[in-house]
Structures are given as C-alpha cells and as structure tokens.
Design a protein around this ligand. Structure first.
Ligand code: ATP
Ligand code: MG
Length: 416
C-alpha cells in the first residue's frame, strides 16, 4: 500500500516571489532539524509542497506532530506514497479514509501535476470515489462541505494519498527574518513573546536576568526548560544569563524604593541592547502587555524605552492575560512558567512601585548610582548556555567583541 510520508503545505513562504526558493530552502532546513530524532530519508520540494520521507516505519506518524509546530508550516498531511498503479492508490485511499476519524460524508479531490499520466483528475475522482463507495457502503459522497476529503496527488512518477491533514502554526521559517534578542523571564508572557517572534521567522536569542547570587539559580533552569519545551520545532541556540542580584542590591540601596523597578528595567534593557549589538540582532523583544502590572503603564514603558536605540518589539502589548495563557498552554511553556522561582523581579521589590513615573524623577534616581560602570560590569560577566539549533550562528570571538563594543560605545562610533 506504500510507505508513509509527510506532505508539508506552506502559504506565506509561497507568496514571497523571487525569494521563494530561498525561503523554501530555509523551511526545508528547519523541518529537517526539527525531525533530527526521526529517520528522515529525503526532504524535497514536489509540486508546491515539501515532501518528507522516512526510512523507519512509524516515524512519519510521529514526525507529523512535530512538523505541525515548525514555523512556516501552514498545514501538514500524513500521506501514503504509492506507485501509479490504480489498485495501489485505491487501497491507499481506503486506508487514508479509515484513519481519518469519525465521518459520515466524504469526497475525493484528485490533482495531477504530471500530464504524462493518462488518467485526468476528473476521472481519478470518479475511480477512487467508486473504490471508496465500495469499501464504505454506508457513507455518503458530498461535494460541498464533506466531513472528510481524500486527496490524491499524482506527481513525479508517484501518487500521494491522504485524508489526515492538520493546520500548522503558520508564519515564516526561523532564519528568514533576521535575529532578535528577547528578554526572557521564566514567567508566562516572555516565552510566548519569544515564540511569536520565532513564528514570524526571527532567530531568537534570549537573555535572562537572574537574581543570583542573591537568590538561587532556579529561574535559570526554568528558562532552560522553556527552551526545551519550544524545541525541536523552534530551536533556540543560545541563552544568555546575567547574574543581576548584586546590581539590584546596589540599586535598592541608592534609589527611592518606588523607582527601583524602573531602574532595574533600564539596566536590563541597556545590557540586552549590548548583547544584541554583539549578536548582530536588530531588535529587542519583551513580553509586556499594556497595564498588566505596575511596570507596564505607558509612562513606565517610556521611562525604560528611552534607554535603547534599537526597536523594542512587544508582540503581546494588546493581548489579554487569558489569551496569553492559552497560547502558553498550546506551545507547552505554561506549566514551566507556573513553577515559582525567585528571579530578579521578586528580589528587592518595593511595597508600592511607581506606576506613572515622571521622567525628571527617573533621571534623578538614575544619576544616583554609577549606572555606566554597572552596565559594563554586567556585560563583562554575562554567561551563556548553548543548545542544538540549525538556525543560530554565534558571534565570533565573543570576548573580543565585548571589548570592541565597550570601546566603540565610548567613542560613540556607529555600531555594527
Ligand atoms: P513575564 O510573564 O514575561 O515574566 P511579567 O508579566 O512578569 O512578564 P514584568 O515583570 O513587568 O511582567 O516583565 C515584563 C517583561 O520584562 C517580561 O515579559 C520580559 O520580557 C522582561 N523581563 C522581566 N523579568 C525578566 C528577567 N528576569 N529576565 C529577562 N527579562 C525579564
Ligand atoms: Mg515575570
């Protein structure tokens, strides 16, 4: 009856005109990387789809669930691959409809992409339909809105038959939209924000501020678990960790308590921007949602935003918490984010943080400690952990570039 394969459908990628081949190449690479645990034999373009074949039985079924979650995949179908012998693909059609799940009505949708095959699509519809009616005598054929559609695709000497087909996450393949640095806490929002940028094709490089050495390193492990939950469909190559506890302590001793959170955030943004320059990332990403907590009022966002010149992307700014939670559950990060861990946010928190910061008060507090030295020190002590990723390329000679950056910032020269 033929072997099992995955047929990947993509929309946006297909719309990219001249870049199409480039995008397809990236999509094929990310699919292959996501399926590294399976016995992928080929991953090639056929007739407007990407065909993924496997050498071990059972792998297509397992990979089907992974491929759905790869950015750039609009839909994936679990197909039977047969030769052009009608008896073969009729049997495959019967099996495909059998695994569809409960249905009462169905139709056949045949497509022939090679005109050297003598049977046209209308005739294929009729023939395969007849075989299915015989096999499922109590089911009805319906042309409009049937429960199940059995697709028959004749392409390049083969026939692909499927009824089981699921929507993918959509978006663009990771690596097609440049690189961003995402501020990743172990909370609910920032993993979702990170995933959303990855879904739009960005290579995400997360930076986590840990309360270490003033707190335990639990939040750092949770961030690693979050990266593990996004994989293998979304692969993050490197997590930067900034031990931030001592700096927070210093800030808490020198600034009015109501402005502490804003000071922490200004430092966090500045350090993240420096890492972005080292990485060649073109934007910062946060999980902020307007008005969700004290620090996320327009005034406070402005007081923090002025620290950086790179664009700050806030994909969740207009989302409600329930929507964010639903997405976190879908992408598998929610349960990890619900584990409590002290991070820099819970450390030295004031009882009543300022919700509508005035810029003159912010600047006064900012000048009450040596912020430049603090930023330099934090950048110098950044740590990182690497993970398997097909799309992340680390910057060359990280330490050297740190030095170069410090130099260039002082000289005020344009940064790369
Ligand atoms: P989250 O659920 O992502 O933790 P939150 O609702 O707790 O967000 P805030 O604490 O105001 O809100 O954080 C806003 C954003 O700042 C976060 O979404 C994240 O992008 C960034 N951020 C907060 N804490 C950290 C941290 N410890 N390390 C890195 N980024 C952080
Ligand atoms: Mg948080």
């Amino acid at each position: 009856m033929g072997s099992r394969v995955c047929l990947v459908h993509y929309h946006e990628v297909g719309l990219k005109g001249k870049n199409r081949a480039h995008f397809e190449r990236i999509l094929m690479d990310t699919i292959k990387a996501a399926c590294a645990a399976f016995s992928v034999a080929t991953c090639v373009r056929i007739s407007g789809h990407i065909l993924v074949t496997f050498s071990r039985s059972g792998d297509a079924e397992r990979a089907f669930e992974v491929i759905r979650r790869v950015p750039g995949v609009a839909r994936v179908s679990l197909a039977f691959h047969t030769n052009r012998d009608p008896a073969e693909y009729h049997r495959a059609a019967i099996a495909a409809l059998g695994e569809f799940g409960p249905f009462e009505t169905f139709k056949v949708a045949a497509k022939r992409s090679n005109t050297d095959y003598p049977i046209g699509s209308m005739e294929l519809n009729a023939q395969v339909g007849e075989a299915l009616c015989e096999a499922y005598p109590d089911k009805q054929v319906r042309m409009h809105h049937p429960d199940a559609i059995v697709h028959v695709l004749v392409a390049q000497g083969s026939v692909y038959v499927y009824a089981r087909s699921e929507r993918g996450v959509g978006g663009l393949p990771v690596g097609s939209a440049g690189k961003v640095v995402t501020l990743l806490s172990s909370g609910i929002d920032s993993p979702v924000a990170t995933w959303m940028l990855a879904r739009r094709g960005a290579v995400c490089v997360p930076v986590h501020f840990s309360g270490r050495p003033q707190t335990a390193d639990t939040s750092e492990y949770l961030c690693q678990d979050i990266i593990g939950a996004l994989a293998p469909a979304v692969q993050i190559g490197r997590l930067y960790v900034v031990p931030f506890g001592d700096a927070q302590r210093e800030i808490s001793l020198s600034c009015p308590s109501s402005l502490r959170v804003i000071m922490y955030r200004r430092i966090m943004y500045a350090v993240a921007e420096r890492i972005a320059r080292i990485e060649g990332a073109k934007a910062l990403v946060t999980g902020e949602s307007l008005g969700q907590v004290a620090s996320q009022t327009l005034e406070n966002i402005a007081a923090v935003n002025e620290m950086v010149s790179l664009p700050v992307l806030r994909p969740l700014i207009g989302s409600d918490k329930q929507e964010i939670i639903a997405r976190a559950q879908e992408i598998g990060t929610y349960d990890i984010s619900c584990e409590t861990a002290p991070d820099c946010c819970t450390l030295f928190m004031p009882r009543s943080p300022e919700t509508h910061a005035r810029l003159d008060a912010v600047h006064e507090a900012w000048d009450a400690f040596d912020h430049d030295a603090m930023i330099e020190e934090l950048v110098r002590n950044v740590e990182y952990i690497d993970f398997d990723s097909s799309s992340y390329k680390p910057p060359r000679a990280l330490r050297e570039r740190h030095e170069a950056l410090i130099q260039r910032t002082i000289d005020d020269a344009p940064l790369s």
